[in-house]
Design a protein around this ligand. Structure first.
Ligand code: SF4
Ligand code: SF4
Length: 288
């Protein structure tokens, strides 16, 4: 039985990817599970989703996957805020969406597992028109692991996405062609960590950070970590009306001394509302 853990962000479609993978595996006569682990997440928050695929016997385990054979990371920013390799088996494989090359990634992530990389965000933008990489990463997964055949993914994608399916199928196929895979780096693995979700902190341990225990303590909760895009202001177009300031749901747009506006990137989640509401089109969202 192969166990898989997906790392994504709310809104990136990790749950859908896992379901499509399970459907593809089942269409090949295998047994498969797909299930998410949800907390109180909103769009942009890190989420976990799990698969199990067994070639010839029913799957009885119903618990989350702590020691995966395969880890898939949909958002490059997650590499820097969570230990995506936690529990990954030594002969496992890490499949990453990243604009970086295999050589660059290997210098950042040392471990005994195999690596596979693809610039899924760029492929999704080109083929689907939005940076939602779930179906694109299915192509990368098929290439790197052969857990299902590429053709087995087509039917589930067509059924799920209807009129929008073609771009998703094309993105999946392009990622399959462009995924770069490498052998193990042969570097001594990091000291294993306990997977975050498996051991919950007590309320006393949370005290300095994630809960409102005293005035201003929510400021320590760095929601800017969730961002995959950020707003950039064009002062030539800005007429200083302040609409972006009023509409930002995070309250993180600030006025500068010169009267222009900018986002506090410590808290900006990259939702893009400021860019949509700016009527002079002075704000553009750019990839992190
Ligand atoms: S909404 Fe646009 S024009 Fe108005 S202050 Fe913001 S950036 Fe400037
Ligand atoms: S993208 Fe704009 S509206 Fe959204 S959180 Fe950032 S500054 Fe606020």
């Amino acid at each position: 039985m192969i166990e898989i853990r997906w790392h994504g962000r709310g809104g990136q479609g990790a749950v859908t990817s896992a379901e499509l993978l399970a459907l593809a595996a089942i269409s090949e006569g295998k047994f498969a599970q797909a299930f998410p682990s949800f907390g109180p997440e909103r769009r942009g928050a890190p989420v976990l989703v799990f698969n199990r695929v067994s070639p010839n016997s029913p799957i009885r385990a119903r618990v989350s996957v702590a020691h995966p054979d395969i880890v898939i990371v949909l958002d490059p920013g997650l590499l820097y805020i969570t230990d995506v390799t936690s529990g990954l088996k030594e002969d496992g494989i890490l499949v990453l969406n990243t604009p970086k090359s295999l050589v660059e990634i290997r210098s950042e992530l040392s471990g005994p597992w195999r690596l596979a990389v693809v610039n899924a965000t760029s492929i999704a933008r080109e083929m689907i028109g939005v940076p939602i990489v779930n179906t694109t990463m299915l192509g990368a997964l098929a290439r790197a692991t052969r857990i299902v055949e590429l053709d087995s993914l087509t039917e589930p994608i067509l059924e799920r996405f209807g009129a929008r399916a073609r771009g998703n199928v094309d993105a999946c196929r392009k990622a399959y062609e462009e995924t770069e895979t490498g052998e193990p780096a042969g570097i001594v693995p990091k000291r294993p960590k306990i997977f975050e979700g498996e051991e919950l902190p007590t309320w006393q341990e949370l005290l300095p950070g994630c809960v409102l225990t005293k005035p201003g303590s929510a400021r320590q909760y760095r929601t800017g970590d969730w961002r995959s895009e950020r707003p950039v202001w064009d002062h030539q177009r800005c007429i200083k009306c302040g609409i972006c300031y009023l509409f930002c749901p995070e309250g993180c747009v600030k006025q500068t001394k010169e009267g222009y506006f900018e986002a506090d990137l410590y808290y900006c989640k990259g939702c893009g509302i400021c860019a949509r509401e700016c009527w002079t089109e002075a704000i553009k969202m750019v990839e992190e």
